[in-house]
Design a protein around this ligand. Structure first.
Ligand SMILES: [Zn+2]
Length: 140
């Protein structure tokens, strides 16, 4: 549920960054697309093991993924008349806050419940390294 919820602002952030600056939006969209692969797996695998139904697992992952374009659509429908650099900055800041909150309040504690050692921290640091590397590769 937390992953699906974060997909609404994620889709909006990706869409707005593309509107604001395609030079930044396109690499961001590529990065989001890449990170959606493990995210989809993170949804499908537990759902599969809970239900033993692969179609339910794929469906849950698909519905979660569809929250991204839906978030972009709803956000754009609400904010299109007011688009400006101030609105972009405000929306990006709010979305960053939502992402940090979800990660710290929902995802990390949930990951920690299933970890048996330092896997959660290793995953966190690895994710940060991948982000840093992708920022270098895309020269943000
Ligand atoms: Zn995501």
């Amino acid at each position: 549920m937390a992953i699906t919820l974060h997909n609404f602002p994620e889709g909006l952030a990706t869409f707005f960054s593309m509107l604001d600056s395609p030079g930044i939006g396109a690499p961001l969209a590529a990065a989001i697309a890449i990170h959606n692969i493990p995210e989809g797996i993170a949804i499908a695998v537990p759902v599969y093991f809970a239900t033993r139904n692969k179609w339910y697992a794929v469906g849950a992952s698909l519905i979660s993924g569809l929250a991204e374009p839906l978030g972009a659509l709803i956000g754009y429908a609400l904010l299109a008349p007011y688009l400006s650099q101030t609105v972009f900055g405000t929306v990006f800041g709010m979305i960053a806050g939502v992402m940090v909150f979800l990660a710290l309040d929902e995802l990390l504690p949930a990951a920690k419940r299933y970890a048996q050692g330092h896997e959660t921290v290793y995953g966190l640091v690895s994710g940060m390294a991948v982000l840093a590397l992708s920022m270098i590769l895309f020269k943000w």
